[in-house]
Design a protein around this ligand. Structure first.
Ligand SMILES: C[S@@+](CC[C@H](N)C(=O)[O-])C[C@H]1O[C@@H](n2cnc3c(N)ncnc32)[C@H](O)[C@@H]1O
Length: 298
């Protein structure tokens, strides 16, 4: 039997040998999960013996990580906006940069009605919409995804995070969006060019669902489908926030303008990359300039 400290040191070495950059953090995350402890509590247990059951689970999870499976897939959950979201094989692992979409909507909160109705297209595990509902207690929303399996986990997350009374779920494609008009539309659609998927990191390529990645020949197919129907989806003055991929800002801004949206703007993520395009359906008076970075809007 090994101590917690020895198990951790061995695991770190195994992951580092496999070329995993985040070896130390990943080993701690997996050990904490296997032993049912918070990460901070591991230090106090350093010399204690790791119970056999925990050691066995830790070993199995470590082997999956060594073979390249992301920690969030192994544990079946990921933190987003300070909340824990469950995942399944049909959901993308929510990324920290997607928090920029949440921040961009919250920066507009002063211009939203007291009880805004929000639509999240391609909701996955529900991360964006559920985070918004937690921040905006008067808001309600509809989570849309073509994957019924993703919606199942989104429904479970809504329940566990206490917003199930303010959220509805719809299994539909981007071009069959709900017919009611919304105050806010958010989306992090698939935006990787189909021919670029093969060159993504194996952790993404082999473990995120293709449906969540594949943006068609030029990466913009989902934006076109969504923006085709945006006139029916957003109320006059309604606000839209799209996550975008690297270098897509100009082309998506143009698609927004062609769809009749105005006030097109960009919000950068914490790495300084233009990550979100925002736009507004005409119908409200001009607003003050949008704050530009996540740091300022948070
Ligand atoms: C990039 S993932 C984003 C998931 C989640 N919103 C997030 O930010 O973590 C894109 C989502 O769009 C969904 N999707 C893909 N094609 C779709 C389509 N044609 N209509 C509706 N949803 C689609 C996928 O199932 C996936 O959940």
């Amino acid at each position: 039997m090994k101590s917690y400290g020895a198990a951790l040191a061995d695991a770190r070495a195994v992951l580092a040998r496999a070329g995993i950059e985040s070896a130390a953090l990943d080993a701690r995350l997996l050990l904490a999960a296997a032993s049912g402890l918070e990460m901070a509590a591991l230090v106090a247990r350093e010399r204690d013996e790791l119970p056999e059951l925990a050691a066995r689970e830790f070993g199995a999870h470590l082997e999956r990580r060594r073979r390249g499976e992301p920690v969030a897939r192994i544990l079946g959950e990921k933190e987003f906006w300070g909340l824990k979201f469950r995942l399944n094989a049909a959901t993308l692992i929510p990324r920290p940069e997607t928090e920029t979409v949440v921040a961009a909507v919250l920066a507009e909160a002063g211009r939203l009605p007291a009880r805004p109705v929000i639509c999240d297209l391609g909701t996955g595990c529900g991360a964006i919409l559920i985070a918004l509902l937690r921040e905006l207690p008067g808001a309600t929303g509809i989570a849309v995804d073509i994957s019924g399996e993703a919606l199942e986990v989104a429904r479970d997350n809504a329940k566990r995070l206490g917003v199930e009374g303010r959220i509805g779920f719809r299994q539909a494609g981007f071009s069959e969006a709900p017919h009611e008009a919304f105050d806010v539309m958010v989306s992090n659609p698939p935006y990787i060019r189909a021919d670029a998927i093969a060159s993504l990191a194996p952790e993404v390529r082999e473990h995120d669902p293709r449906l969540a990645l594949d943006g068609g020949a030029d990466g913009l197919a989902a934006y076109r489908a969504i923006l085709d129907g945006v006139g029916a989806l957003l109320k006059p003055g309604g606000f839209a926030a799209f996550e975008i991929g690297l270098g897509q800002a100009g082309r998506i801004a143009e698609l927004c303008r062609n769809a009749g949206l105005g006030e097109v703007d960009f919000v950068s993520d914490l790495a300084g990359i233009e990550r979100v395009v925002t736009a507004r359906m005409p119908g409200l008076p001009e607003r003050a300039p949008l704050k530009k970075s996540l740091g300022k809007v948070a």
